[in-house]
Design a protein around this ligand. Structure first.
Ligand code: NAP
Length: 295
């Protein structure tokens, strides 16, 4: 049974996740590159470690929730990385949104030390993380998934098992993020059409969100796009651009035409060029508003 967990990455998602682990009774050792971000979780009972590798105990479990593929590789395999120390029987529960290839590479790396890798990317923004309402997609070796299940349950409302191939949870996570971006673009174009006909954008959002598109994504992002409010960012546009690049890489690698992903990539790039990387990724819809002469 797991009762102690190491956690790396105390950003917008990591902090509420650690608070939930503490609430569930786990002892949590935390490390963050910028040490001040550990203050809140330390107050709630987490133990801060000075050296990254000290989050791991041999044969234990470490959760990572860092920004991107490069950061993830660094914290596992870089100087002072925790991978080697986690060692035999240790499990790395990797919850960032990264490429399927990075998951496969890290699974092979941990295997060298007889350790195990479980990919567990999530759907849900920081507020959902705080409310223990994340949805987890999980892939990896069966016994490892069974061992981490209680930990995943302390963080989420639902867990989907995507099989043993370590990258497959990441494939479905990236697909989901692609569909969110496509929904945001579709809503923006539709609300623009409404506004140009003198119809309140918020009314349009209400009509769709309470009838034919009554779901989390249309209701949550629909409000932001209708009100044109993109700050504070729950999920930064820079991270959305990272994910869209990962989608296109995967599309290339598997010869899967995704013309819509190319359009969304251009929207995100144009937004980055306009220095909107720190706004919420829903701000990608500002480009279509500008094209329609509405901003
Ligand atoms: P965030 O607030 O930007 O936090 C990123 C974390 O990664 C910080 O702790 C940061 O440390 C750390 N980090 C970045 N580069 C690093 C490096 N080279 N070495 C060590 N640590 C590094 O991001 P977030 O919103 O929490 O997202 C984290 C992951 O969850 C991402 O993969 C994101 O795509 C995914 N995700 C996010 C959401 C969301 O709504 N926010 C939803 C689902 C999934 P510093 O504090 O030192 O910068």
């Amino acid at each position: 049974m797991i009762n102690e967990i190491g956690f790396v990455g105390l950003g917008s998602m990591g902090q509420p996740m650690v608070l939930n682990l503490l609430k569930a009774g786990y002892k949590v050792k935390v490390f963050n590159r910028t040490p001040e971000k550990t203050n809140e979780v330390v107050l709630a009972g987490a133990e801060k470690v000075e050296r990254l590798s000290d989050v791991a105990s041999p044969g234990g479990i470490v959760i990572t929730m860092v920004s991107n593929d490069q950061a993830l590789e660094e914290v596992v395999m870089g100087p002072n990385g925790f991978g080697e120390k986690l060692g035999e029987g240790g499990i790395h529960l990797s919850m960032s949104t990264v490429s399927p290839d990075t998951s496969r590479k890290l699974a092979a790396y941990h295997k060298k030390y007889n350790g195990l890798y479980v990919a567990s990317p999530v759907f849900g923004r920081p507020a959902a993380a705080a409310a223990q309402q994340l949805t987890i997609l999980t892939s990896g070796v069966k016994e490892a998934k069974e061992r981490v299940k209680p930990v995943q349950e302390a963080l989420s409302q639902r867990i989907f098992d995507i099989g043993e191939e370590p990258g497959n949870a990441n494939v479905l996570k990236l697909g989901g993020n692609f569909m969110i971006m496509a929904a945001m673009e579709a809503m923006a174009e539709t609300f623009n059409l409404a506004e140009k006909n003198g119809i309140d954008r918020k009314l349009a959002a209400q009509v769709y969100g309470s009838s034919i598109f009554d779901c989390t994504i249309y209701n949550g992002y629909g409000q932001m796009i209708a009100k044109k409010e993109f700050e504070p960012a729950g999920f930064q546009l820079s991270l959305g651009l990272k994910d869209c690049n990962l989608v296109l890489n995967e599309a290339n690698a598997t010869k899967t035409p995704m013309p819509l992903a190319n359009l969304l990539h251009n929207r995100l790039l144009a937004s980055a060029a306009k220095e909107r990387e720190h706004q919420d990724w829903a701000a990608l819809t500002r480009i279509s508003m500008e094209e329609a002469g509405l901003e």
